[in-house]
Design a protein around this ligand. Structure first.
Ligand SMILES: Cc1cc2nc3c(=O)[nH]c(=O)nc-3n(C[C@H](O)[C@H](O)[C@H](O)COP(=O)(O)OP(=O)(O)OC[C@H]3O[C@@H](n4cnc5c(N)ncnc54)[C@H](O)[C@@H]3O)c2cc1C
Length: 256
């Protein structure tokens, strides 16, 4: 059996567009040890001349195969892992994963990686998820895991996107709000809001987190993910509002 630091060769079984520039790849991974929502994998691409490039991508799917008592999958089973990649036009790796890779292609990966930025079903506290752009990916894995486990922990998601068209998983989120009791979703639009939206486009701020998050007294577990500057802004607001820094978990995707 391979361990988490060994590279595995996964096969792309299908792909779908979540927005005009974000694509989900569904990967069949041999000997997958299972994962927890919030974990990521490392992807390695190797060119014909031997040049390699490596990047991290969060796992979007809940957990596979069915969770065991420890919350992870059964060791050694084949697994399906979904990634959602946001294309950065000047990027080295992401345009390849969004625009070139096709079903049947193989990709090297290792993982799952990460033990802090995870949500476990046994956590009973209310949860506040704050996503900036592609930072939604690991938070979606948490929402999916809670939905599949029929969890009753109250979940609130604040999801910052440039425009309504940039929101990944929008249909699924709408459906889950209807079908998964205790899940609330609020969007923050930074460039263009839908017609009739009560506030003009703006960046995430104290008012948004105060109105659509949990009061600090509720002692929520907070997860913040996205570009580095977004994460720092949102985490600073949470601390300023009185949230316990020990309950704020952050994942920085890089960039400015
Ligand atoms: C733990 C972890 C999990 C991640 N999960 C995901 C995921 O689920 N989906 C996803 O799309 N990405 C994710 N990322 C980001 C991903 O690893 C790459 O950084 C991203 O795809 C850009 O790679 P690239 O080779 O295309 O761009 P690069 O060639 O590395 O960079 C091109 C330009 O874009 C800037 N840049 C790099 N990363 C970002 C960013 N995240 N936001 C804005 N600007 C950036 C760089 O500074 C540079 O100017 C994750 C990163 C980490 C650390």
């Amino acid at each position: 059996m391979k361990n988490r630091i060994s590279w595995r060769v996964a096969t792309v079984s299908s792909a779908r567009w979540e927005t005009a520039s974000a694509r989900t790849l569904v990967l069949d991974v041999p000997d997958w040890p299972g994962h927890l929502p919030g974990q990521h994998i490392d992807v390695r691409l190797t060119a014909e001349d031997g040049y390699t490039a490596q990047r991290s991508y969060s796992i979007a799917s809940a957990w596979t195969p069915a969770p065991s008592a420890t919350g992870a999958g059964s060791a050694g089973a084949p697994g399906t892992v979904e990634l959602t990649i946001q294309r950065l036009d000047d990027g080295e790796v992401s345009p390849y994963l969004t625009d070139v890779v096709e079903p049947g292609d193989q990709i090297e990966l290792r993982g799952p990686v990460g033990g802090w930025f995870v949500w476990r079903e046994k956590q009973t506290a209310p949860v506040l998820l704050i996503a900036g752009g592609s930072g939604i990916v690991p938070l979606m894995a948490m929402i999916r895991a809670r939905g599949e486990a029929r969890g009753r922990q109250p979940f609130r998601l604040i999801y910052s996107v440039r425009t309504p068209e940039d929101a990944a998983y929008a249909d699924e989120l709408r459906l889950r709000v209807r079908e998964n009791p205790g899940l609330d979703v609020h969007f923050v639009y930074t460039r263009k809001a839908p017609d009739g939206w009560p506030t003009p486009p703006k960046r995430i701020d104290v008012a948004a987190i105060n109105s659509h998050g949990w009061p600090p007294d509720f002692q929520p577990d907070c997860y913040v993910c996205g570009p580095t500057s977004f994460v720092e802004t949102a985490a600073d607001i949470l601390v300023a509002l009185g949230h316990d820094p020990k309950r704020i978990r952050t994942e920085r995707f890089g960039g400015a």
